[in-house]
Design a protein around this ligand. Structure first.
Ligand SMILES: CCCCCCCC(=O)SCCNC(=O)CCNC(=O)[C@H](O)C(C)(C)COP(=O)(O)OP(=O)(O)OC[C@H]1O[C@@H](n2cnc3c(N)ncnc32)[C@H](O)[C@@H]1OP(=O)(O)O
Length: 176
């Protein structure tokens, strides 16, 4: 992370600590409540520049016998960390995601995820994610990611027709 960072300012319209965060897109694989096969993550603003979520680890998420698939865990981090830019305003997309898998995460447990903005420089937002199984002093995974702010309307313009919600987006209500 660079040494010279911008000041972080909470967006006046973002969720307050404890309040839900609006999904990126109702059919987003991570947070969309209408995603047919998604993680259906419900996220809440936390203290400072953080977002929290809980994810029950279900059988369909299995990778190794009885434990979560690494890609599912990475997706959960991507989405929770990808929600943190909302706290300061702009839409942003992942350009870099690094995950440390520290302990097996068993099916049947509830994964507690917390993501936080570590800093911002220009369009780059540096974030960290931590996951535990109920004891915050014993993390089971950690992630670091860089998100780059975008003009959502322009960024998705070329692809929006492929969305399951293309009609709504084209009608001028892109929920990103
Ligand atoms: C709307 C919210 C949805 C959120 C969903 C949850 C998060 C996601 O899963 S997003 C999906 C996955 N991500 C993507 O599809 C993004 C694909 N990438 C892109 O479209 C482009 O790289 C884009 C638009 C982000 C940036 O491109 P562009 O606008 O040309 O900017 P560019 O100059 O390349 O990069 C901006 C800055 O980021 C830096 N950067 C870009 N990629 C990286 C990288 N991999 N690592 C480190 N830094 C990077 C650049 O060096 C540059 O830094 P600086 O401003 O200091 O010069």
């Amino acid at each position: 992370m660079p040494e010279e960072l911008d000041e972080l300012v909470r967006h006046p319209k973002t969720s307050r600590p404890g309040e839900p965060m609006r999904p990126h897109n109702m059919v987003c694989f991570g947070c969309g409540e209408q995603s047919p096969r998604g993680l259906h993550l419900e996220m809440f603003a936390g203290e400072g520049f953080s977002v929290v979520a809980e994810m029950p680890v279900e059988h369909w998420m299995e990778g190794g016998p009885g434990v979560i698939h690494g890609g599912i865990l990475s997706s959960a981090f991507d989405d929770v960390m990808g929600m943190t830019p909302r706290l300061i305003g702009p839409a942003a997309v992942t350009v870099h995601l690094q995950v440390d898998f520290m302990r097996p995460i068993p099916v049947g447990e509830t994964l507690h995820l917390r993501a936080e903005i570590l800093g911002k420089q220009g369009r780059k937002i540096y974030t960290e994610g931590v996951a535990h199984l109920g004891d915050p002093t014993t993390p089971v995974a950690r992630a670091h990611g860089i998100f780059v702010t975008i003009d959502a309307r322009k960024h998705f313009a070329e692809h929006v027709e492929r969305s399951a919600r293309a009609d709504e987006f084209k009608a001028g209500k892109p929920q990103v």
